[in-house]
Write a protein that binds this ligand. Structure first.
Ligand code: ZN
Length: 397
């Protein structure tokens, strides 16, 4: 069966029904009519088309108190698949997901100092082919794919411009979309990783009722994605580190972006490690038995968990600065839900809880409430999963 012929042949009504089943399914016909305000005859035609195209299936019956039980329709989890790719500073990842957003294959590799764009694409191709083999899938069952990566980038042209802090050379003005499409033999979409991550969380079942979501990833850099009214809000240059370069102290530390006192100068992994080492050079005591230059954020987090005063001080003051930044951000974009993810949030209880405390203390008054989620529904797979499903979203618009 030729997928593109089927997809292109879908009418607006067909797409409308499919989008509702994708997001809220499994659904009865009655529920679909509530969502779409469609006539039953039109809905019946669309359901026939979608079943014939193998995009949806009838999955038995809903429990009922009496009479005939209504049929339920859900996305077909076994006909078509999507590829999600995440290219980050420290690792890159390939996933294969079905249309129900279940991750069936995920593998990553380290972005060592020799990982040029060419070599990275070769590694991605190897993992993709391994994924197809291990799942027993034919290439024709892959609808397409998405890439979430580091900005600034041009999503239309599919070019990564000039990302900061990449170890390997050659990452300036890279036509990455084209390179991946040729290597994998599929069509791709590309966006910055924080945007694809917030989209991934938006389509997850656990956030189905939320349309205003902020995604914060705190790691080597600080990346944020915002979804308002179900739409992604992009910055002008499509960079995802704009929040990290909000100035919180005019007289503060110099930042590589040229400003002083950016959030990232205090709350990123690199900033936390630098601060900790600077205290040791001043003679503060540590329980970490390593040369100063080899102490990592993981050591600092563990020391904090075991009650070391210095580690706790450094983590708390980093969390305070991130908290100040987020208080301003929350005031500006007014989200219902905030996903706090990335290594600092996932690994450090002290850091995570301090950040929430600052936000709650400052902005959550007068009945205003925000739901906080640690890590998110897809954890480390959010960037790749969201990118994969952006491909489907674009096909259904
Ligand atoms: Zn900066």
């Amino acid at each position: 069966m030729d997928y593109y012929a089927n997809m292109e042949a879908l009418t607006d009504d067909n797409k409308n029904v499919f989008v509702k089943i994708l997001r809220f399914g499994p659904l009865t016909k009655k529920k679909i009519i509530e969502y779409t305000h469609m006539k039953l005859t039109t809905l019946n035609r669309s359901i026939q088309v979608l079943i014939h195209a193998k995009l949806i299936v009838e999955i038995g019956e809903q429990a009922s108190t009496g009479g005939r039980k209504p049929a339920l329709f859900d996305v077909n989890p076994m006909a078509y698949y999507l590829v999600g790719i995440d290219i980050s500073r420290t690792y890159s990842k390939v996933i294969i997901t079905n249309l129900k957003r279940e991750i069936l294959f995920d593998k990553e590799f380290e972005m060592k100092h020799d990982m040029t764009p060419y070599k990275t694409v070769e590694c991605i191709k190897k993992l993709y082919l391994r994924g197809l083999r291990s799942l027993g899938l034919k290439k024709e069952s892959i609808l397409g794919g998405g890439l979430g990566t580091i900005g600034p980038l041009d999503p239309r042209e599919g070019i990564i411009h000039k990302p900061n802090n990449f170890y390997a050379k050659g990452w300036t003005n890279v036509p990455i979309k084209n390179m991946l499409e040729k290597a994998l033999g599929i069509n791709m979409v590309i966006d910055n990783g924080a945007n694809t991550a917030v989209y991934g969380e938006y389509v997850s079942r656990s956030l189905i009722e939320y349309k205003n979501i902020v995604y914060v990833n705190c790691g080597i850099g600080i990346r944020t994605g915002v979804m308002a009214g179900g739409k992604i809000i992009s910055t002008i240059h499509n960079s995802n580190d704009a929040f990290g370069h909000m100035v919180v102290n005019f007289d503060g530390e110099p930042c590589y972006c040229g400003q002083y006192g950016c959030v990232e100068c205090y709350a990123s992994i690199l900033a936390i490690e630098k601060k900790y080492r600077s205290y040791l050079k001043l003679g503060r005591e540590t329980n970490i038995k390593k040369p100063i230059s080899q102490i990592t954020y993981g050591d600092i987090i563990r020391a904090g968990d075991h009650g070391e005063e210095l580690a706790q001080d450094v983590l708390a003051s980093a969390a305070r600065i991130l908290g100040i930044g987020l208080v301003n951000y929350v005031t500006l974009v007014n989200p219902e839900k905030i996903i706090l993810s990335g290594p600092m949030m996932n690994l450090s209880d002290i850091f995570y809880h301090m950040v929430i405390t600052y936000i709650e203390k400052s902005v959550l008054k007068d009945g205003h409430s925000i739901v906080f989620v640690r890590g998110g529904a897809y954890k480390d797979n959010a960037i790749a999963l969201g990118a994969a499903h952006m491909f489907l979203r674009d096909k259904l618009q």
